[in-house]
Design a protein around this ligand. Structure first.
Ligand SMILES: Nc1ncnc2c1ncn2[C@@H]1O[C@H](COP(=O)(O)OP(=O)(O)OP(=O)(O)O)[C@@H](O)[C@H]1O
Ligand SMILES: O=C(O)C1=C[C@@H](O)[C@@H](O)[C@H](O)C1
Ligand SMILES: [Mg+2]
Length: 197
C-alpha cells in the first residue's frame, strides 16, 4: 500500500467516528462562519459536509452573484428552499446554509423537523472584519455595505434566535477554537452526537 494511502487510513482510524443522531444545520449572518466552521466541524466529527450555497451553484453551474444578477433574489430563494429540502433528506450531515435561508418559516420548519439549527452568532464588528474585503456577497453590493450588514443583522436576529442552539463567535478566535466551542455546545445539548450518553 502506498505510504500516502496508509497515512490517510491511519489518520481516519485515529479520528473519532462520532456519528450524528440528526443533521446539524448551521445558520446565521454572512461571515458568521457557517461554511468555514461547517467544513471544519464535519472533518473533526468525520461526518459528511454539505453547503446549500455550494449545492445551488453546482446545480445552476453559476455563482451566487450570477444567479442574483440574472434571475433575481426570489428565484434564488426558491432554489434555496428546494435544495435544503433535498439535502435534509440525504444522510445526516453538517449542513451549512446560506445567510438568508433561516428567514423563511418553511425552511425553519424543515430544519427543525429533520435536524437541529445552530446559530453561529457573531456581532457586526466580527462579521464586518470578515466580509469587508470580499465582493462575492450580492446583498452587500450597496452604497454603504457596513450599514446594510448592520441593518440585515438587526432585522434577522429574531429569526435566527429560533435556532435550537446558539454558539457565540468571539473576536480573534481561530476556526479550530470555534469548532471546539460548537462541539462542546452540541455535547452539552445532548441528543445530537451519537457518542453522547
Ligand atoms: N473563528 C472563525 N470562525 C469562522 N470563520 C472565521 C474564523 N476566523 C476566521 N474566519 C474566516 O471568516 C470567514 C467566514 O466566512 P464564511 O464563508 O465561513 O461565512 P458564512 O457564514 O458561510 O457566510 P455566507 O452566509 O456568506 O455563506 C472565512 O473566510 C473564514 O476563514
Ligand atoms: O445572507 C444572505 O442572504 C446570503 C448569504 C449567502 O450565504 C448567500 O446565500 C447569498 O449571498 C445570500
Ligand atoms: Mg457560507
Amino acid at each position: 500500500m502506498p505510504a500516502i494511502v496508509r497515512a490517510q487510513d491511519e489518520w481516519r482510524a485515529g479520528q473519532a467516528r462520532v456519528g450524528l443522531k440528526k443533521t446539524v444545520a448551521l445558520v446565521g449572518m454572512m461571515g458568521a462562519g457557517k461554511s468555514a466552521i461547517g467544513k471544519a466541524l464535519a472533518l473533526r466529527l468525520n461526518v459528511p459536509f454539505l453547503d446549500s450555497d455550494m449545492e445551488i451553484e453546482k446545480a445552476a453551474d453559476r455563482s451566487i452573484a450570477e444567479i442574483f444578477q440574472r434571475d433575481g433574489e426570489a428565484f434564488f430563494r426558491a432554489k434555496e428552499s428546494q435544495v435544503i429540502e433535498r439535502l435534509l433528506l440525504n444522510e445526516r450531515c453538517i449542513l451549512s446554509t446560506g445567510g438568508g435561508a433561516f428567514l423563511t418559516p418553511e425552511n425553519r420548519r424543515m430544519i427543525a423537523s429533520n435536524g437541529i439549527a445552530v446559530w453561529l452568532k457573531a456581532d457586526t464588528a466580527i462579521l464586518w472584519s470578515r466580509v469587508k474585503h470580499k465582493g462575492t456577497r450580492p446583498l452587500l453590493q450597496t452604497e454603504n455595505p457596513y450599514q446594510t450588514l448592520v441593518d440585515l443583522a438587526q432585522a434577522r436576529e429574531p429569526a435566527y434566535a429560533e435556532a435550537g442552539l446558539i454558539v457565540e463567535a468571539e473576536m480573534d478566535m481561530s476556526i479550530d477554537e470555534m469548532t471546539s466551542k460548537v462541539i462542546r455546545a452540541l455535547r452539552a445539548h445532548g441528543g445530537i452526537l451519537e457518542d453522547d450518553q
